[in-house]
Design a protein around this ligand. Structure first.
Ligand SMILES: C[S@@+](CC[C@H](N)C(=O)[O-])C[C@H]1O[C@@H](n2cnc3c(N)ncnc32)[C@H](O)[C@@H]1O
Length: 271
């Protein structure tokens, strides 16, 4: 594992590598782990003191913290009757929750990984919801066509965040909202803030939500570990899944907790 890390270290910040890595990882996971009750791939969120608690059924299969990441981001603007695009929709759990609960007129989930799109269309069939394949850097939709764009824990994987932001600006209607959450290594956070500043979108809100993500990881830890055990895969795969899922003590949990990596939420608007 360390040899692989050493070999990949010089290239891991190159755009082409990030894109290739995302494509291979998420195509593989959707094809080889089609578990029907695994709907999310973000690290989760615990609401802050000002956010109203969300009543959810007490179902151990529900990935409540990952759902909350979507819920509190999407609640930053009123989605009722709106056209919504999600970029990087993954296995579709966030799209399912928002399209049912917050009542947009239509919701398109878009992802680079065709296998994830196929799985999401199979798992979440609702009249106002569909999933399509497409790249964040070349969104296959017309200019000024969407009211709100949602983006959860995906932009760190793009070759060019600048290209993505110019696509967001092109596709949004005037007055439309862009809601995004993701992490960056602490030394790269200023670069992301500058990309946002130079995007031509107006910044309405910027929040450091690192502590709420760490809290979610810690509160959900035993449930995550149980789910991984129940996958019934070899121990080496269980360890890999535990790392990917961000259990307590994993690389991502350790970096967020020590603030070597930060997690931010932004609300932006096209003027
Ligand atoms: C960590 S997962 C998060 C998935 C989902 N947002 C969630 O929270 O469950 C990142 C997702 O971004 C997608 N992705 C990565 N690069 C992309 C790109 N250039 N265009 C569209 N989607 C991309 C991946 O395929 C993957 O499904």
């Amino acid at each position: 594992m360390n040899i692989v890390k050493t070999i990949l270290s010089p290239v891991k910040h190159f755009g082409w590598f990030k894109r290739l890595n995302a494509k291979i990882t998420y195509e593989f996971l959707a094809k080889n782990v089609p578990a029907a009750d695994w709907h999310f791939m973000n690290y989760g969120y615990t609401p802050n003191a000002n956010e109203k608690p969300l009543e959810l059924p007490d179902d151990p299969k529900l990935q409540r913290y990952s759902l909350q990441m979507y819920h509190y981001l999407a609640s930053k603007t009123n989605l009722e009757g709106k056209t919504v695009l999600e970029v990087g929709s993954g296995r579709g759990g966030g799209a399912r929750h928002i399209s049912n609960y917050l009542k947009p007129a239509s919701y398109i989930g878009m992802d680079l990984a065709q296998n994830a799109v196929d799985l999401a269309n199979k798992l979440h069939a609702f009249p106002n919801l569909k999933f399509i394949q497409g790249s964040a850097e070349a969104i296959p939709l017309g200019d000024n066509s969407i009211d709100v764009i949602i983006n959860v824990e995906s932009s760190h994987a793009y070759s060019s965040v600048e290209k993505f932001l110019s696509e967001v600006k092109r596709v949004l209607k005037p007055g439309g909202y862009f809601l995004t959450v993701d992490f960056r290594d602490a030394e790269l956070m200023d670069a992301w803030k500058n990309q946002i500043k130079n995007s031509g979108l107006e910044k309405i809100e910027e929040e450091d939500i690192t502590a709420q993500v760490v809290q979610a990881m810690e509160e959900e830890d035993s449930v995550k570990r149980e789910r991984i055990r129940n996958l019934n895969v070899a121990l080496k795969w269980q360890n890999l899944f535990a790392e990917f899922a961000g259990v307590v003590g994993s690389g991502i949990h350790t970096k967020l907790k020590s603030r070597k990596r930060l997690y931010y939420r932004f609300v932006l608007r096209k003027g």
